[in-house]
Design a protein around this ligand. Structure first.
Ligand code: SF4
Length: 169
């Protein structure tokens, strides 16, 4: 069986972002993987019951790891504490990945949920910092490798190697 990939729904053109937009990165390889039914398209925030559109949210002065440890909060730009929703989103992303035999994920960077290289700094001022969102934290803790949309070439190379290993086995 070919390895599967969990993919942020907004990267596949679904308008599920907080502001009702998408962030499509439909390159040739992604389309091929989609045709081969290797993509598991998922939006953790929607799965957790958050609506679209929704208020933008950021991790307050910390990162996804600390949110999942209950040491930090996710706050909307209205001041509303949505930490529990985002923790649930992370667990649902992990559940989906495990249930679907995903060994890797391609997630939208800078999101408090899907970010894997950068997240916003919690001041709602457009400033980013190195860090990961809640779903990325949980996926990585469970051995699932996470790439951002800016690392597509790395992901493609990584998948080629894994497919070769499967062929040899
Ligand atoms: S939670 Fe992830 S998949 Fe859903 S809109 Fe945000 S970045 Fe995209």
């Amino acid at each position: 069986m070919k390895n599967k990939i969990l993919v942020s729904a907004c990267l596949m053109g679904f308008k599920v972002r907080y502001n009702g937009t998408e962030k499509a990165r439909l390159n040739t390889v992604l389309k091929q993987w989609q045709q081969e039914q290797r993509l598991v398209i998922h939006c953790p925030e929607l799965a957790a019951g958050l609506p679209t559109p929704r208020a933008s949210a950021e991790i307050l002065g910390s990162d996804g790891y600390q949110v999942m440890q209950n040491n930090a909060k996710v706050i909307e730009n209205t001041g509303n504490d949505v930490t529990a929703h985002y923790q649930l989103a992370a667990w649902l992303a992990l559940r989906t990945a495990l249930d679907s035999n995903c060994i890797v994920a391609l997630l939208t960077d800078k999101s408090p949920t899907c970010g894997s290289q950068y997240i916003y700094d919690g001041n709602f001022s457009g400033v980013t910092k190195q860090g990961e969102g809640v779903a990325t934290t949980l996926l990585r803790q469970h051995g699932i490798k996470v790439f951002s949309e800016n690392q597509l070439d790395e992901l493609i190379g990584w998948m080629e190697n894994r497919d070769k290993e499967n062929t040899i086995l």
